[in-house]
Design a protein around this ligand. Sequence first.
Ligand code: G3D
Ligand code: MG
Length: 197
Amino acid sequence: MGNGLSEHSIFSNLQFHSLHIAILGLDCAGKTTVLYRLQFNEFLNTVPTKGFNAEKVKVTLGRSRSVTFHFWDVGGQEKLRPLWKSYTRGTDGIVFVVDSVDAERMEEARTELHKITRLSENQGIPVLVVANKQDLRNSLALSEIEKMLALGELGATPWCLQPTCAIIGEGLKEGLDRLYEMILKRRKSLRQQTRKR
Ligand code: G3D
Ligand code: MG
């Protein structure tokens, strides 16, 4: 699972405290801004590495649960996208950031989003789609973004669409809460399936 917990401990009680999240999206969507704004809580450490940023951030979510997120912010340039799958292997969730103003590249974002969620190892992994840069006047409405990204065609992938303004951090905590809930729900249903076997 990539979070250091054994399957047994996860399934015996759903109190997992550490999650692995890949932050993906086209270049300039705001991924790195999202990552650094997420440090609204306790900052643990920084590991600057070529090609990606890794951060461990401790977040207090609804009902006072403290969860440590290990975020991997991977470069979004075309030549780096083939690397995405190495970062989503064993991930608990994906944050997919889109630039709400960049209508021209929404189709490209859709292609990449569908490509990564269709991989067999990513089946069912929850995706938080972040409609970033909502502060800009010409940003697309959520309903338009949902349509342009064909979110309704994601099949087995649970998803949520969250409007944000990453430069001031607006909407990010709500987004993480929603992602956490989706991850929790998936873990519960996997646990039930295991019990039935
Ligand atoms: P990336 O990591 O996805 O490539 P970055 O994207 O986080 O580097 O952000 C790309 C640019 O978008 C940055 O501007 C950043 O400040 C801007 N940006 C990120 N989030 C928002 C937002 O919510 N609103 C607005 N208005 N801008 C945002 P620069 O000028 O540094 O390239
Ligand atoms: Mg970046």
